[in-house]
Design a protein around this ligand. Sequence first.
Ligand SMILES: [Zn+2]
Length: 452
Amino acid sequence: MPSLTPLNQLLRVDTIVAGGLVVTMDEQRRVIADGAVAIAAGQIVAVGKREQVEASYRADERIDAVGRTVIPGLINGHAHLPMTLFRGLADDQDLDDWLQHTIFPAEAMNVDEAFVRCGTRLGVAELIRGGITTVCDMYYYEMAVAEELAAAGLRGLLGQVLIDFPAPDAADHAAAMACLARFVDRWQGHPLITPAIAPHAPYTVADDHLIEAQAFAVDRASPLIIHLSETNHEVQESLRLKGARPVEHLARIGLLSDRMVAAHVVWAEAHELDLLRDHGVGVVHNPQSNMKLASGVAPLPGMLARDLAVGLGTDGSGSNNDLSIWEEIDTAAKLHKLISGDPTMVSALEAFEMATIRGARALHLDAQIGSLEVGKRADLVVLEMEAINQIPLSSIYSALVYTSKASDVCDVLVEGQVLLRQRQLKTLNNAAIEAEALLFRRQIIERLGLVP
Ligand SMILES: [Zn+2]
């Protein structure tokens, strides 16, 4: 603990977030009343009682959190940010119909670099407002996605998509691999952006290309993001064509590893969960997307029982139709109670862990983010606790999971930089983003021949 120091000997830091209830999500799950977090050069240098932190550090900027809650920045483990422009374009369809009859044609007619930049800015503005400080994204033109995130100051694990049909940014496989190499080489070592390779799914990428993707990921020490076992149809086709379920098949061809982030994993049996755990695969649960597309219910209790690294994601706004991780936390806690008939399943604490420290493990970034601890990057959120939907406060995890909303987020810092202050975006122009998004929406509707 820091000792009392004369004022002229106080250590100078960039920012102190002071007062309020600090929910650390550290190993002991400490919750500190009247706490404080000191930040220097983008890193957390002290977490403790306000009195003690302020007795040792003096800050250029002080953020008052009295009466509020300070939490680790939330993690959205699966998204397709440019698809925010497809929000509400087609609802109430199954995944195959939705992809084949709306999304793939809409993408073929609209997706270029300008579209990707606009959709990303729109998505990033929503993420920051909702207290999300790290997003795992996969799409085309991921170079542009990375540039937009870096400019806005948001952290991202970003995957350039590899898919076995002509993509908007690559006519064939050779062009896609060249694009991918440029992307990964450009961003490796960046403080905010972790570049990754993202083969779309085992049913859209041939085995030899999956194996090539894995070799590339090993060579560059980069993560590999993939959609896996999302629907029963995918499992049945895998059994018919490859003689194995998708997880079994990926294990067989050597793809499962501790660099993989697998989205969905809805249709997985116990032995497949064992395979994922044994290979250190990170899994991202997307309950609302899975519900809306009626894909199924992922075996989350089985994942947690195995201590799998499982986080939460929204999926793209084309399918779910917002980027709020608060709704996913709430849904994850409730859905599995309903399905199992057991209200003790997925406690509030377990649900909140999935959006913070366990979600960081799922993205293999837990050495840097996911909790408020000395040495970690300074990604944190100050939450209003006196909104009408939150009064009265009983238990903090109950409040965070069952009552808090994205609209309760007041301040957001990533790498020590303030991105939202008193609900105002500091690195993005809200009005310009809205106007630009409406122009693109008009273009999408016109090109698809839809009646506005
Ligand atoms: Zn997805």
